[in-house]
Design a binder for this molecule. Structure first.
Ligand SMILES: Nc1ncnc2c1ncn2[C@@H]1O[C@H](COP(=O)(O)OP(=O)(O)OP(=O)(O)O)[C@@H](O)[C@H]1O
Length: 658
């Protein structure tokens, strides 16, 4: 892109469209790699021959490519000993996860070891992808394989620049999906894979078609185009072997997954006592099966679902739950189990791969959940979009600032262009939205209505906040990527990070060691966490993001901007408006704008002389150095709107209106 003589939006778009037509999906815009999702397999771009080419080449010698970006990070590590982070960003479905996998493949190729017995570290790292995707990805309206969590993978290298370990840090899994799915979406892949497992496995867990399970049949979408769940089940089992999850552990994991499906089929009716509920007789078989799979007492499970332990009263005092509250209790249990299971899997992978405490350098790859705006947006979208704001803030600070600092360094007069990102401030300031949400979540009297009323009063003059006419109890934020309206009705509940005491006690008493490991007894947990204290998901997510930014700031950065060319997920369709919107909101056009605003064209001195020397042949004939010769030509032509850089090896001339 920077080779274009004139940089402007239509030119940028035309350039990308032409390249995309020829399957050239990668383009550089300065130090950013733009990657346009091809929505079709392009194996020739990623094979070993291609890796060999990029390994041999210097940056810029070959066509833009995701391998070239990883190569820069690897070479910088070798030459300067620096650690790097590759930040992959873009909307949901734009190709971040695929790009991340290509980067990891290439780094494994560069830093891999000759095969010894068993699985190598890099094989384990690569095979962690299908495992975490099976448990953490799902079909959404934007993407058939949408990551419902963010991740930062740190790959460690030893003194010989070989891969010596890795850590996967995950961020905020979308818990609500376990129990609620919208039209045309699916639950987490693993549930469908297990329903497509070999007959003997399904028999063991009393599973059948996904249509039989409430947590899967709320949407009529069961299959994914081009994906065979039975094959994926086997592939996931194999990947679990490779990442070091033992046969027994896999058995326990799938038992827990099956238990969640049975748990979701338990229904309630009015109980005999007033304001109480009871298990519907026809669904009692699911209660028994859930108890069997979780190896806990069926009666205790029943009580844990239809009764609540009163904390304020003496030990053992319980209150009956009405049918709706029992349904909520059932769903809360399912979400807690799944969330803990997901974290257990990530921890296990980390332990199995191993971290290298003596590592010389690391290369990190960041893939956060993309920006989302659905018809209905809740707390999860709020958090995902907040993390995208955070990443955008980092990008603005580093890329826009970096470009402009170059002007300053080169002695070019320049007035600063930048985004202040006030919406970030609105969310995370000590008196911002998260703080208010925490205040309301921990109060006994606040509801989602009072939370919204407080928001409306507090932020009525904030340009990034507005109160929509519809729906009630919602608020709109003007994000960098567009406006999103959030429905606040479950915000308070979803912000609370806790496991119901009843559920905790039930599972801590399971005869299955694996289940107990997911839910250590409160006494054990008390050591690490003050259970009685309110714990806010919003705040801990904010803390995690701040730590992440700190880590990113301690490394050098490479940026990859993934772009979704259309919303119908089809190859060859290039929707100009949507692409321009993504480039604008992602700061790519802003970076280009900095180049355009006053000095759209940059030429090396010798290029300028080559091109414009004809205007002053006498200058060319004289014995002047290049910079002085350029100055003489400009002076002769009476042009004042151009500027010359200070003399450095990479000296360029910036000029306008020539
Ligand atoms: N380089 C590529 N080559 C072929 N297909 C691709 C490529 N990048 C993306 N895709 C296709 O686009 C789909 C969506 O990509 P991906 O899952 O990486 O998006 P994402 O940005 O990570 O989305 P989300 O934020 O929802 O997780 C992939 O499942 C794949 O079909």
């Amino acid at each position: 892109m920077i080779k274009l003589l004139y940089l402007h939006e239509p030119g940028v778009l035309q350039n990308l469209a032409t390249r995309y037509k020829h399957n050239e999906i990668y383009t550089y815009a300065g130090n950013i790699l733009i990657a346009i999702n091809p929505f079709k397999r392009l194996p020739h771009l990623y094979n070993t021959t291609m890796m060999e080419h990029y390994k041999e080449a210097t940056f810029g010698e070959l066509s833009p490519h995701v391998f070239a970006v990883a190569d820069v990070a690897y070479r910088e590590m070798i030459n300067k000993g620096t650690s790097s982070s590759i930040l992959v960003s873009g909307e949901s479905g734009s190709g971040k996860t695929e790009t991340t996998k290509m980067l990891m493949n290439y780094l494994a190729y560069l830093g891999g070891r000759p095969k010894v017995e068993g699985w190598t570290v890099e094989q384990k790292i690569l095979e962690s992808n299908p495992v975490v995707e099976a448990f953490g990805n799902a079909k959404t309206v934007n993407n058939n394989n949408s990551s419902r969590f963010g991740k930062f993978v740190e790959i460690h290298f030893d003194q010989n620049w070989r891969i010596s370990g890795a850590t996967i840090q995950t961020y905020l899994l979308e818990r609500s999906r376990v129990c609620h799915i919208s039209k045309a979406e699916r639950n987490y892949h693993i549930f469908y894979l297990l329903c497509a497992a070999p007959q003997e496995v399904k028999k063991k867990y009393e599973l059948g078609s996904p249509k039989l399970f409430h947590y899967l049949n709320q949407s009529d979408c069961y299959e994914l185009d081009g994906v065979n769940d039975a094959d994926e089940y086997l592939a996931t089992r194999k990947a679990m072997d490779i990442v070091g999850i033992s046969e027994d552990e896999q058995e326990a994991i799938f038992r827990v997954v099956a238990a969640i499906l049975h748990l979701g089929n338990i229904e309630f009716e009015k109980g005999k006592e007033e304001d109480s509920s009871a298990i519907k007789t026809k669904t009692r078989c699911h209660l028994d099966m859930t108890a069997k799979l979780l190896e806990c007492d069926a009666k205790r499970l029943e009580d844990a679902l239809i009764k609540n332990v009163l904390k304020a009263c003496k030990e053992g005092t319980t209150r009956n739950l009405k049918t709706n509250a029992a349904l909520n209790s059932r769903d809360a249990l399912a979400k807690s189990i799944y969330f803990r299971l997901f974290n257990w899997i990530v921890d296990k992978i980390n332990k199995s791969i191993g971290q290298d405490g003596n590592s010389k350098s690391m290369i990190g790859v960041l893939d956060l959940t993309g920006f989302e705006s659905f018809d209905h947006n809740s707390f999860e979208q709020f958090c995902f979009n907040y993390s995208n704001e955070k990443l955008q803030g980092h990008f603005n600070q580093h890329v826009l600032k970096m470009n402009q600092e170059e002007y300053t360094k080169e002695g070019i007069e320049w007035s600063y262009v930048g985004d202040k990102q006030d919406v970030l401030n609105l969310i995370e300031h000590k008196h911002g939205i998260i703080a208010l949400l925490n205040e309301c979540s921990s109060s006994l009297t606040d509801t989602h209505e009072t939370f919204c009323q407080k928001l409306y009063v507090k932020f009525k003059n904030n340009n990034f906040f507005s109160k929509p006419i519809n729906p009630q109890n919602s608020f709109t934020l003007r994000h960098f990527a567009g406006k999103v309206t959030y429905e606040a009705n479950l915000f308070l509940e979803k912000n609370k990070d806790y496991v119901v005491d009843n559920h905790q006690n039930l599972l801590a008493a399971s005869s299955c060691r694996f289940v107990v490991g997911l839910f250590p007894s409160p006494a054990q947990e008390q050591n690490t966490l003050n259970a009685s204290k309110f714990s806010s998901i919003g705040s801990s997510f904010m803390e995690d993001l701040n730590k992440l930014i700190e880590k990113l700031n301690s490394t050098t950065h490479q940026y990859i901007r993934c772009v979704k060319p259309n919303n119908c997920l089809k190859p060859t369709t290039f929707e100009n408006c949507s692409i321009i919107r993504q480039l604008r909101s992602g700061g790519v056009l802003k970076a280009i704008e900095i180049s355009c605003a006053e000095y759209p064209t940059k030429l090396m001195f010798y290029e300028f002389l080559d091109r414009f020397g004809v205007l002053a042949p006498e200058v060319l004939e004289g014995n002047h150095d290049d910079k002085a010769a350029c100055q003489m030509i400009l002076k002769k032509m009476g042009l004042k709107t151009n500027q010359l850089c200070r003399c450095m090896q990479s000296c360029r001339m910036y000029y306008a209106q020539v």
